[in-house]
Design a protein around this ligand. Structure first.
Ligand code: UD2
Ligand code: MN
Length: 369
């Protein structure tokens, strides 16, 4: 070598893990869709994003690698706004991420959940280190950067308060809009259904899958009985003869001294001696012994004040008509999920193209039978 070594100190500090709560967040954001947006502007304002829409924080070691998957067809206008708002937010959230647009080829009926299954497979082919998958509509922008796009101990539902629903959950089991599962959570439920063609139902099917696996709390029940507005006690043959206590808020299963709470997301039980707050009419002897173990799945959500979203207003797209089968299909998730999912996924890759702000994956996924 002919180059003299410089005397500059090269004592590079090893990167520290990124902080649990990123320090540079700003909180509530102003989101609007009236000013015009261009891809050039998005690129100009996000010079640190690498080809294919990838980013990793330069100043700390990110705890997770997140693939963000967006089901897509003919929504270029929305995509510009999504990228414009999300890249800076994700950067502040100090996470390593890649953006994948899963573009349905052709004009057959749209299939959101199947596209997301394809996204899962293709993102892992692109980078096997992804351990977290976030599934987002292209028209949904978070209004608060404290809504952290990462995976959690339990499957995450991010879009809890949408403007179009008056910033509230439309129903307790709502799982639409934006959600996130770790790789192992996703595989536990055999991914998403492939058989929901057209609009609606697929998000409820995913929610049902999480519940079918779920026993968010298991413990020893000291009791009981359930009455009044909170439902009735009955015998549920489908669940192997367990006792079922159902209410509009949740379902508790009693089986040989064990209690399982399915639909756990609205239930909070704080242990021995407390009355479950979700059911004021429940016999107060419905108690859990302290041996509660967390081994199932329970949807986790951000605070309603933080999980606010704006949806870009739009008409229903062509070839995404409401699916008339959705109501009967979501009754059968427990049976269909074993055969219909990531294990049965078939598709034909048309093209992968790396754009500056995202990776585009165009795919042929067939059409309804
Ligand atoms: C609701 C849910 C959504 C999904 C859908 C039913 C909200 C905010 N979102 O969305 O998560 O459960 O109902 O399927 O409640 N798309 C295209 N091109 C198309 C059609 C759809 O790109 O031609 C994509 C796009 O990412 C869009 C998403 O699919 O945001 C959902 O479709 P939508 O926006 O038409 O349905 P919406 O708003 O009722
Ligand atoms: Mn929408």
């Amino acid at each position: 070598s002919t180059k003299p070594s410089t005397n500059q100190s090269t004592t590079e500090k090893p990167l520290q893990p990124c902080q649990e709560t990123p320090p540079g967040l700003v909180g509530r954001l102003l989101i609007e869709f009236s000013s015009p947006m261009s891809m050039e502007r998005v690129q100009r304002e996000n010079p640190d994003v690498r080809q294919g829409g990838k980013y990793s924080p330069p100043d700390c070691l990110p705890r997770q690698k997140v693939a963000i998957l967006i089901p897509f067809r003919h929504r270029e206008h929305h995509l510009k706004y999504w990228l414009h708002y999300l890249h800076p937010i994700l950067r502040r959230q100090k996470v390593a991420y890649g953006i994948y647009i899963i573009n349905q080829f052709g004009e057959d009926t749209f299939n959101r959940a199947k596209l997301l299954n394809v996204g899962f497979m293709e993102a892992l082919k692109d980078d096997e280190e992804y351990d977290c998958f976030i599934f987002s509509d292209v028209d949904l922008i978070p209004m608060d950067d404290r809504n952290l796009y990462r995976c959690y101990e339990q499957p995450r539902h991010f879009a809890v308060g949408m403007d179009k629903f008056g910033f509230r959950l439309p129903y307790a089991g709502y799982f639409g809009g934006v959600s996130g599962l770790s790789k192992s959570q996703f595989l536990k439920i055999n991914g998403f259904p492939n058989e929901y063609w057209g609009w609606g139902g697929e998000d409820d099917d995913i929610f049902n899958r999480l519940n079918a696996i779920a026993s968010p709390w298991t413990g020893v029940a000291v009791w009981g009985h359930c009455h009044g507005a909170c439902g009735t006690l009955g015998h549920d043959t489908d669940l192997g003869g367990a006792w079922l206590c159902s209410s509009w808020l949740g379902t508790a299963l009693f089986n040989q001294g064990q209690v399982y709470f399915a639909r756990g997301l609205t239930l909070e039980v704080s242990g021995l001696g407390s009355v479950p707050p979700w059911c004021p009419h429940t016999d107060p002897t419905l108690l859990l012994a302290p041996s509660i173990s967390l081994n199932g799945m329970k949807v986790s959500r951000p605070d309603i004040r933080i999980g606010r979203y704006r949806m870009i207003k739009h008409e229903r797209d062509k070839h995404n008509e409401p699916n008339p089968q959705r109501f009967t299909k979501i009754q059968n998730t427990k049976m269909t999920m074993k055969r219909d999912g990531i294990s049965s996924l078939q598709y034909r890759l048309v093209e992968i193209s790396r754009q500056p702000m995202y990776t585009n994956i165009t795919v042929e996924i067939g059409r309804p039978p």
